[in-house]
Ligand binder design. Structure first.
Ligand code: TMP
Length: 217
């Protein structure tokens, strides 16, 4: 871990816009790591704890539209619970935690997408919620917004429920995408870009190559 705690676990976060295929890849990565004997915990934000499930429902199912400030605080409330109830114990037990979304999503969706807090203010809120736990590696699933929106629409035409944020305007998704690209360029030591437009198996090969190149496996 990059935050100096005395555990041997690793935190790998999967980030990117909606429709980028990261959740499928997360499960493929879980299988790959488990086959090599690593103890892997798969988790996601928002909504992995019991309280988090309620927060997720309120936030994303579209019954309510929170003001942006409320939206930010609800994502952070989910994170504070998740970090303490799920992530910390798993990391302290030496597990590999594969987390579908974490603080880069807050940076991209709330800071950039909602044009919300100033960076300094958000950084201190994040460290309060996250206890300073930062990922060992972040995989950014990069997919052009038009392709991502196409995937979201075809999923919903096949009956899969979309979230309140999936339904935001294209300009919102463009801001989110630009923010992930910027985070990648600023934190290239931590964030690896994955070309999510390739076929599923090829995307998984890219991921495995990143783990190997970075000496993680
Ligand atoms: P997903 O579970 O299908 O990825 O949906 C989660 C949605 O929540 C997605 O649109 C991204 C959004 N989100 C934020 O806006 N801020 C955050 O901090 C997190 C974790 C997710």
């Amino acid at each position: 871990m990059t935050d100096g705690r005395s555990n041997t676990g690793r935190l790998i976060t999967f980030e990117g816009g909606d429709g980028s295929g990261k959740s499928t890849q997360l499960h493929m990565t879980e299988t790959w790591l488990s086959e090599q004997g690593y103890k892997v915990r798969v988790t996601h934000e928002p909504g992995d704890t019991q309280l988090g499930k309620e927060i997720r429902r309120l936030l994303l199912e579209g019954e309510y539209t929170p003001v942006p400030e409320c939206e930010l605080l609800m994502f952070l409330a989910d994170r504070a619970q998740h970090v303490r109830e799920v992530m910390m114990p798993a990391l302290e037990a030496g597990e590999w935690v594969l987390c579908d979304r974490y603080s880069d999503s807050t940076m991209a969706y709330q800071l950039a997408g909602r044009k919300l807090a100033d960076l300094e203010g958000l950084n201190s809120m994040l460290s309060f919620a996250e206890l300073g736990i930062s990922p060992d590696l972040t995989l950014w699933f990069d997919l052009p917004v038009t392709e991502a929106l196409h995937r979201i629409r075809s999923r919903s035409s096949m009956g899969e429920a979309s979230t309140r944020l999936d339904e935001e305007a294209q300009s919102f998704h463009e801001s989110v995408h630009a923010a992930f690209a910027k985070l990648h360029s600023v934190h290239s030591d931590r964030i690896s870009r994955i070309d999510a437009s390739e076929a599923i198996d090829r995307v998984q090969q890219q991921i495995q190559a990143v783990f190997t190149e970075r000496g993680l496996v």
